[in-house]
Design a protein around this ligand. Structure first.
Ligand SMILES: NC(=O)c1ccc[n+]([C@@H]2O[C@H](COP(=O)([O-])OP(=O)(O)OC[C@H]3O[C@@H](n4cnc5c(N)ncnc54)[C@H](OP(=O)(O)O)[C@@H]3O)[C@@H](O)[C@H]2O)c1
Length: 215
């Protein structure tokens, strides 16, 4: 059985935890303030969930979701995540995260920053362009007509295949946006960021996305 570790248990982390438990996974949730502050969420999630420190969530997760404000990505523990699939939901909001020069000059992307921080982990960008609330309301069974699609990006094809299967279980089609360096195609202010899209629509959105410097 796969355990999903969550580093961050806010809007997105709590929703991914709900989806994971609903689909039979064990979850270990964590935040910055400590496991004792997560007792209400653990009680809601039931016996398949427990709270831990973020280091223990990283250690115990077979797959680990990093879902923190981007400004805190450097706090994410490194060694326990070695070799693991790490799903990155983070987005860059300068008003929240402060200015990050490499993102402002578009020499890198948010998930590439996390990948550089976690050099031996297999970072897959996912869940970044859907409103947290919709994670538990927009999923539909595989094969449903006009099913919602979510984009992923990553440099490891096996890791992307694992995340695609997870998304399928959670109720979503997957569109592969390519390697991490293409993740900007689904960043804030691109056409696919936010609205409900089928796979076909999302592919078109990714194709016409423009970087800030090209707008
Ligand atoms: N909200 C959305 O609809 C949405 C959708 C897609 C993607 N995103 C992106 O996903 C990320 C998370 O968004 P969110 O809305 O879920 O944020 P949020 O509600 O503010 O939750 C952030 C979580 O991260 C935890 N955290 C912060 N610093 C940490 C650290 N150093 N170590 C461990 N945990 C830490 C917080 O714990 P404490 O509360 O204890 O500090 C909290 O549980 C952001 O980058 C956001 O842009 C958001």
């Amino acid at each position: 059985m796969t355990t999903i570790g969550l580093i961050g248990a806010g809007h997105v982390g709590s929703q991914v935890a709900r989806l994971a438990v609903a689909h039979g996974y064990d979850v270990v949730i964590s935040n910055s303030r400590g496991p004792e502050t997560l007792s209400a969420l653990v009680a809601e999630l039931g016996s398949k969930a427990r709270a831990a420190t973020s280091v223990d969530a990283a250690k115990d997760g077979d797959i680990v979701v990093v879902t923190v404000p981007l400004k805190n990505y450097r706090d994410v523990t490194i060694d326990p995540l070695a070799g693991k699939i790490v799903i990155d939901t983070d987005n860059y909001y300068p008003q929240r995260d402060g200015h990050i020069a490499e993102l402002d000059n578009e020499s890198t992307t948010t998930s590439e920053l996390l990948q550089a921080h976690l050099p031996t982990s297999k970072v897959v960008k996912a869940f970044n362009h859907i409103y947290a609330a919709e994670l538990t309301t927009h999923g539909q069974p595989a094969g449903t007509e006009n099913r919602r699609a979510l984009a992923i990006a990553g440099d490891d094809s096996e890791a992307k295949a694992v995340v695609s299967r997870l998304l399928d279980q959670f109720g979503f089609d997957t569109v592969d946006a390519g390697p991490l360096k293409e993740g900007w195609r689904i960043q804030r202010d691109t056409p696919g960021y936010g609205p409900r899209r089928t796979a076909e629509e999302l592919r078109k959105d990714l194709a016409v996305a423009k970087r800030y410097g090209d707008k």
